[in-house]
Design a protein around this ligand. Structure first.
Ligand SMILES: N[C@@H](CCC(=O)N[C@@H](CS)C(=O)NCC(=O)O)C(=O)O
Length: 214
């Protein structure tokens, strides 16, 4: 059976679990990281030398890095559904996956989320949050164009592209930041919020993650 190590409040674990849910895979998830700890043991170091979550063991095949895990699970269990069947569509979905990490992750998670939830208010860099929110809105404008006339990023079906980017959107839309109206992105996010896998694994309240004074 598929094993997943990682607390359900980690955005990178949520990405993997969203894929697991979409694929309907039987699995066991172990609470590791954050308040649960467990990352500094010799056993965990053998699974993931970065001592971060998520890590998976897929019937003896161990893998870390959330995008690589999503890609692997989709290729193995969702070829033609979560993973586009033809190689050109696969490449396009893959480029959106990379885009999520290189272009919007740091502004949405690295700055807005960490500053507003994991930083005491008196230490907060308000200008950095405003600048990151502005950049994120601008970059999401590119996604807004892609979603014109499409229900999901690659077309009519959820793919790895929606998993990678969509997982960040719950935080983007639930943090107190300025957002430029982007009708296609908003409609797509609305569709994601109706999916049982997204509800179960991504729409997890993060207010309890606030550090004292945040
Ligand atoms: N690039 C890695 C990043 C993994 C990562 O930074 N994980 C964070 C949680 S989102 C972590 O393990 N933090 C330590 C902890 O949770 O204790 C991935 O996408 O899997």
């Amino acid at each position: 059976m598929l094993k997943v190590w990682g607390r359900k409040t980690s955005v990178n674990v949520q990405k993997v679990m969203f894929a697991v849910g979409e694929l309907g895979l039987q699995h066991q998830r172990f609470d590791f990281g954050g308040p649960f700890g467990g990352l500094d043991t010799p056993e965990y170091g053998l699974l993931n030398p970065n001592r971060l979550v998520p890590t998976i063991d897929d019937n003896g095949f161990v893998l870390w890095e959330s995008n690589a895990i999503v890609r692997h699970l989709a290729q193995r269990y969702g070829r033609g559904t979560l993973s586009p069947a033809d190689e050109l569509s696969f490449a396009k979905a893959d480029s959106w996956m990379d885009w999520s990490l290189t272009t919007i992750f740091n502004d949405i998670i690295g700055t807005c989320f960490l500053q507003l939830i994991r930083t005491p208010a008196k230490e907060r860099d308000v200008r950095a949050i405003e600048a990151a929110a502005k950049r994120a809105s601008e970059k999401l404008g590119i996604l807004n164009q892609q979603l014109h006339g499409r229900a999901y990023i690659m077309g009519e079906h959820v793919t790895t592209a929606d998993v990678a980017i969509g997982t960040l959107m719950y935080r983007y839309y639930n943090l107190p930041i300025a957002r430029t109206p982007l009708p296609n992105v908003e409609a797509w996010y609305g569709r994601l919020t109706k999916r049982p896998a997204y509800q179960a694994h991504v729409m997890i309240d993060f207010q309890s993650m606030k550090v004292p004074g945040a």
